[in-house]
Design a binder for this molecule. Structure first.
Ligand SMILES: [Zn+2]
Ligand SMILES: [Zn+2]
Length: 450
């Protein structure tokens, strides 16, 4: 029985494109009592793998927290796999506003101690004594009330690109840090003020609201389904959005535009911009905001040091990051001396600019795209033959990669198709060109895109 991914992200992306089917990006969570999370995890993997569902999912004894991409035509079948469990009967699935077929490229289900790292000791208070759940319209009404304090329970890099008007936006890097800070700040308002809380999908508020009630807050409210569900409701019912800017999300899109207000700045030049990116240096991967001009000038890097690093030969880069745990740093929280326009503390409610298009499909730059496979190497003439699967042109920067060959980077200076020179090779072409090293049958040809 297959219980883990067998395809790489690139192979998966290619399959999705070839299938040409619409996919839905969605999220959901449920608190429950799960006796055997490992068994639960394996059951889900088998059921979802069969439906071609992908995503990042955490399961624990306390429940499940999932962000996924599901083929649209398997949506009902997918829902059935959830309804098979009593605690997920009638569960609300938050479907993203903007769709991206590549939002997730693997099915990763992890067993954790908790589904949200909240740092709370659940035994000390009643987690079922939650705040009052509010729909979008009710949330808007309560926002108008001068007796209301609204708190953003997300991280600072999330509220930086979008938040509710007038919200307190704690300068924290993790959710667990924010709880004691807010408790301290609001000491004097426990009795008479309305504490209105929100987060991305509602999950962080589920337990936080119980915690604050336990701390003595009398009037605790939470936005049901978070910003994602709020957005859906305001669109469906034509309600005014009191959320300004972008909703940060944890998939390849890194953000969904809710209003066309841009409230953040490029961390490098200071111009209005709310596009997050990850530093192109694999040994850094810092999450930060970068405008298109800075992206071009800095080659998608966060600092001069990182630009220098990515220009080193590949082997040297690998040597440099030996021992570094980069994989986990993809969402490193953007604190860096190099970013002079990175602000901390309270965030403004004033838009700095308007986005030109509502449909910004922001993506992390694809670094390499599979364009072909090695078929033969003529040792005497030093000519390599590849079968092209995606367009390849003279002047393209490519990577030839395989277990024996390693990673060889070069620029294509000539291509021959059927023995004749050619500017651009098309899918299905058998191409040859001179190569100073032998290629193997398992070698793959990637185009490098900056
Ligand atoms: Zn800039
Ligand atoms: Zn960097």
């Amino acid at each position: 029985m297959q219980l883990y991914n067998t395809l790489s992200a690139e192979e998966r992306a290619q399959l999705i494109d070839e299938a040409g089917k619409e996919r839905l990006t969605l999220s959901f969570y449920a608190y429950a009592k799960i006796e055997d999370p490992k068994k639960f995890r394996d059951e889900l993997f088998i059921a979802w793998n069969a439906l071609d569902a992908l995503g990042r999912i955490y399961v624990a004894k306390e429940g499940i927290n999932a962000q996924m991409s599901v083929p649209a035509d398997h949506f009902e079948a997918f829902r059935d796999t959830l309804e098979a469990y009593d605690f997920m009967k009638g569960i609300r699935l938050n479907v993203a506003v903007e769709q991206d077929d590549h939002s997730f490229l693997k099915l990763t289900i992890k067993v954790r101690n908790k589904i949200v790292a909240d740092g709370l000791n659940d035994d000390t208070f009643d987690v079922t004594n939650k705040g009052i759940h509010l729909k979008a319209r009710e949330f808007n009404d309560l926002l108008e009330d001068p007796n209301t304090i609204v708190v953003d329970f997300r991280n600072h890099y999330e509220s930086e690109v979008g938040h509710f008007e007038g919200a307190i936006t704690p300068d924290v890097e993790t959710f667990r840090e924010s709880l004691p800070i807010i408790n301290e700040q609001l000491q004097d308002f426990k009795e008479d003020k309305n504490l209105l809380m929100y987060c991305t999908g509602g999950i962080r508020c589920e337990k936080a609201s119980a915690y604050f009630k336990h701390q003595g807050f009398k009037n605790v409210f939470q936005l049901e389904g978070g910003i994602i569900e709020y957005t859906r409701q305001i669109k469906e019912e034509g309600i005014e959005s009191k959320f300004i800017g972008k909703n940060f999300v944890f998939d390849h899109r890194l953000g969904e535009r809710i209003t066309d207000d841009i409230i953040a700045q490029c961390h490098q030049c200071g111009k209005p911009c709310d596009n997050h990116t990850n530093c192109a240096n694999d040994a850094c991967h810092l999450l930060f905001i970068q405008c298109d001009e800075c992206k071009a000038a800095m080659e998608n890097c966060c600092s001069v040091e990182c630009v220098e690093t990515i220009h080193l030969p590949w082997e040297e880069q690998v040597k440099l990051r030996k021992g570094l745990q980069v994989g986990n740093k993809v969402f490193r929280k953007g604190k860096s001396e190099a970013l002079i326009f990175k602000k901390s503390g309270d965030l403004p409610n004033i838009p700095l600019a308007k986005a030109e298009t509502k449909n910004i499909r922001q993506k992390i730059a694809v670094k390499k795209v599979l364009v072909g496979k090695a078929e033969h190497y003529y040792s005497k003439s030093k000519i390599a033959q590849f079968l092209v699967e995606k367009e390849l042109s003279v002047g393209d920067r490519v990577l030839i990669s395989g277990p024996t060959t390693g990673d060889q980077e070069l620029t294509i200076t000539e291509i021959y198709v059927n023995g004749g020179p050619c500017e651009t090779a098309k899918k299905g072409d058998q191409i040859t060109f001179e190569l100073p090293f032998r290629v193997r049958l398992s070698d793959k040809l990637y185009k490098i895109e900056l």
